[in-house]
Design a protein around this ligand. Structure first.
Ligand code: ADP
Ligand code: MG
Length: 725
């Protein structure tokens, strides 16, 4: 980086050491950092209809948003059905208008001081009294002079996120804008380009310097769009370079053997099952089989909703490999899940003379040694365990297939680790977290994807209800009445893990209270987060054997646990869980042909409001989403049963940025692009990246040396993702 850009912001006019320190708190140290601190939005003439009068004339049938600049006259708080409504009256040179909020009166009262100038944007409406009104508008505070300038010249005003650290040093919007303006004017020329020339030309992109200038102070809206496009393209391009590099890395290793799927053992096994496979399961199996038969290593992701029957698909794949005299491994995220898989699979494999062993924590040393020896000598055909234990110095005689269950629990990185440890075999990754197509293309861009998109035929949809805490007595009666029909119940309490002591006490209190009062005639058991997995396992096992009617849990019931007679799940304080967690929890029931129930419990008022809430994402502003997240989550759980629908909603609630949590995927977070909205740019960037990497991928080539340099400089934390370092 040229020196000037790495100078501290301190030396910019009107910054100084104090403000430099507060900039540093929000991650801005150098001038370069500041150049990349882009506005979060702009006040733009194209949507500005500059007077109340104009808007009033236009309003009939007008669908879009408008922006108006006005001055606050006064504000007031109304009460309607015990709810606060906040109203601000404002004016401009031609007339009056008002802004209304149905929430947050306390906050807005402090924002809209009489005499201040604001630009407000929303869809305009007329009240029954004929007043121009904006409901929940976006708004920006303007200095008086600015608002005049803006109206007169029509230039675009950038708005920066004003962090509280900056505000504390008396920095206002206007002065921040000036500081940044100064930096852009004097230093943007110093930036070095981060994309190769041929890509910029071919894709008609804006150069980096222009991009940065346009992002801050665009002369018009189209030039802003061009700058944004360039940033998005670049970001997605480098993301896809990482994905392409990883794909190249994986496909370069040859396993050198191909398995034959022999018909008769498979037929016999299928005959031994108490059900027939769904069409979806069969389709996926044939995809896996092709991979196994090919001598290229399999890298396949198997997606299927909770309860769709992924395990059996994995088992049949392992069977194919074992029939070819190779070993297969199944890795689970938790000990309980590993042990459950082990017990079931061992039972199922017994008649076929296939030896199954497990590797989990808490095994006796001698036991473990024996298992390890059997694996080494090839006596064991199928090994089941937690990934940690399997990765640790296990020597296989002839490993053919690795299956990773419930992948979302440990992220894609796992696979790279496996390969690094010399596992050259086929890999099948299973996940219940449905990932929209565009996203899976990106995160798992180097994997082939198979989807189980139907549930076993015998399943009835789970009935989900949301109830207030005042309905708990009815819920307990319901549980009791169902015990007679052999139903079992999970009762879940989310506990914030404050301290071990408090958690233990709270868990015990719930349990004692329920067993002496509300559910005293039933047989209750308890698991909590402070038990060892063996203790939990013992209770789960007894619960599965119907020794108990109700399992009280203060920990998330392990993903993947399969207890067919547990057909009621009650989730207390349901608003505390995320959407995918709620869906996982609900997936613990409804695993047989009997009707299952999921009862979500929340504070009375929240339950009432959530049940009444009617939403359509197209009409929800980000603010409304932000303020109603828990309501939307609870409401969606009642409305939707498919994990796919819920995942789409979850994505909107969390924003796609979160999906790229580095822990999850090992990929960089996206700052500019949105993989849901920018799919065209994504495929364009992807194609470009793959072409370069795949065509020999020589990044030292002069044309592409910028790519190598940028990857090194800007993506060094993620390069391990591609395993090419
Ligand atoms: P998941 O996909 O969530 O891992 P599992 O593999 O645990 O689901 O399967 C859930 C339950 O459905 C298990 O009890 C399994 O035996 C059963 N199952 C799997 N496939 C079928 C099928 N085709 N018909 C009926 N039941 C099935
Ligand atoms: Mg499973």
């Amino acid at each position: 980086m040229p020196e000037k850009l790495s100078t501290s912001v301190q030396y910019l006019k009107s910054v100084g050491p104090k403000r430099a320190e507060s900039f540093s708190k929000i991650g801005i140290n150098t001038i370069k950092d500041l150049l990349f601190y882009f506005p979060t939005r702009y006040l733009d003439r194209t949507t500005l209809l500059n007077s109340v009068k104009v808007v009033q004339h236009l309003i009939e049938g007008y669908q879009g948003e408008v922006t108006i600049i006005g001055q606050v006259i006064d504000s007031e708080v109304h009460y309607y059905h015990k709810k606060q409504i906040f109203k601000v009256r404002m004016k401009d040179a031609s007339g009056f208008f008002e802004c209304v909020w149905f929430q947050g009166a306390k906050y807005f009262k402090n924002v809209f001081t009489t005499g201040d100038h604001f630009a407000v944007s929303a869809k305009p409406v007329l009240t029954k009294y004929g007043h121009l009104q904006f409901v929940h508008p976006d708004f920006d505070r303007l200095a008086e002079k600015e608002s005049k300038d803006f109206l007169n010249t029509g230039k675009i005003i950038p708005f920066y996120r004003m962090a509280k650290e900056l505000r504390e040093t008396n920095l206002g919007d206007l002065s921040l804008r000036r500081i940044i303006h100064q930096a852009v004017e004097s230093f943007s020329n110093e930036l070095t380009e981060t994309l190769p020339d041929h890509i910029i030309k071919e894709k008609n992109l804006l150069a980096l310097t222009e991009t940065v200038r346009n992002m801050h102070f665009p002369k018009d809206y189209p030039s802003l769009e061009i700058a944004k496009y360039r940033l998005k393209f670049e970001e997605l391009f480098y993301l896809e370079c990482l994905v392409a590099l990883r794909k190249k890395f994986h496909s370069e290793k040859k396993k050198g053997f191909s398995f034959k799927a022999q018909a008769s053992p498979l037929k016999n096994f299928l005959k031994s099952l108490p059900f027939t496979l769904t069409t979806s399961q069969l389709k996926v199996l044939s995809e896996i089989r092709k991979d196994l038969e090919s001598s290229k290593p399999m890298n396949r992701l198997l997606q299927g909703d909770v309860g769709s029957g992924k395990t059996i698909v994995a088992l049949i794949s392992m069977l194919i490999v074992v029939e070819n005299d190779f070993q297969a491994v199944l890795m689970a995220p938790t000990e309980i899940l590993a042990d459950q898989h082990f017990k079931r699979i061992m039972e199922m494999m017994k008649p076929f003379g296939i030896i199954v062993d497990e590797l989990i924590g808490g095994q006796k040393k001698s036991e473990r040694e024996k298992v390890l020896r059997n694996i080494r000598e090839g006596k064991t055909n199928i090994i089941i365990g937690t990934h940690a234990l399997i990765e640790e110095n296990v020597e296989f005689q002839k490993l053919g297939l690795v299956v990773i269950d419930e992948q979302h629990r440990f992220g894609v990185m796992q696979r790279s680790t496996l390969v690094q440890k010399g596992f050259q075999s086929d890999v099948l990754i299973m996940t219940a977290t449905p990932i929209p197509r565009t996203l899976s293309m990106t995160i798992y861009g180097d994997l082939d994807v198979s989807v189980i998109d139907e549930m076993p035929l015998n399943r009835k949809p789970i009935k989900t209800y949301l109830r207030g805490e005042n309905k708990l007595p009815d819920i307990y009666d319901f549980i009791k009445s169902k015990v007679k029909n052999g139903y079992q119940t999970f009762l879940v309490y989310p506990l914030v893990e404050e301290s071990e002591k408090i958690e233990l006490k709270a868990a015990q209190t719930y349990f004692d209270e329920l067993s002496t009062n509300q559910l005293k005639d039933l047989r209750l058991c308890l698991i909590h987060g402070r038990m060892s997995w063996q203790e939990k396992e013992k209770i789960m096992f007894e619960f599965a054997a119907k020794k108990y009617d109700v399992l009280v849990s203060t920990t998330v019931i392990e993903v993947g646990i399969d207890i067919p007679d547990a057909n009621i799940i009650v989730i207390n304080d349901a608003f505390r869980f995320g959407l995918s967690q709620l869906h996982q929890l609900r997936g613990r029931v409804g695993r047989s042909d009997r009707q299952a129930y999921c009862l979500l419990v929340a504070k009375d008022e929240l339950a009432v409001r959530s049940n009444q809430f009617n939403f359509n994402f197209d009409y929800l502003s980000p603010e409304l989403i932000e303020r109603n997240k828990s309501i939307i989550r609870l409401n969606s759980m009642v409305k939707y049963s498919s994990g796919f629908d819920l995942a789409e909603i979850d994505l909107k609630l969390r924003g796609p940025g979160n999906i790229f949590g580095t822990q999850q995927s090992g990929l960089p977070e996206l700052k500019y692009a949105n993989v849901i909205e920018d799919t065209k740019i994504l495929s364009n960037a992807r194609e470009t990246a793959f072409k370069i990497i795949e065509s020999g991928g020589n990044l030292s080539d002069q044309n592409n040396s910028i790519i190598k340099k940028t990857l090194k400089e800007n993506y060094s934390n993620h390069i391990h993702f591609a395993r090419t370092a």
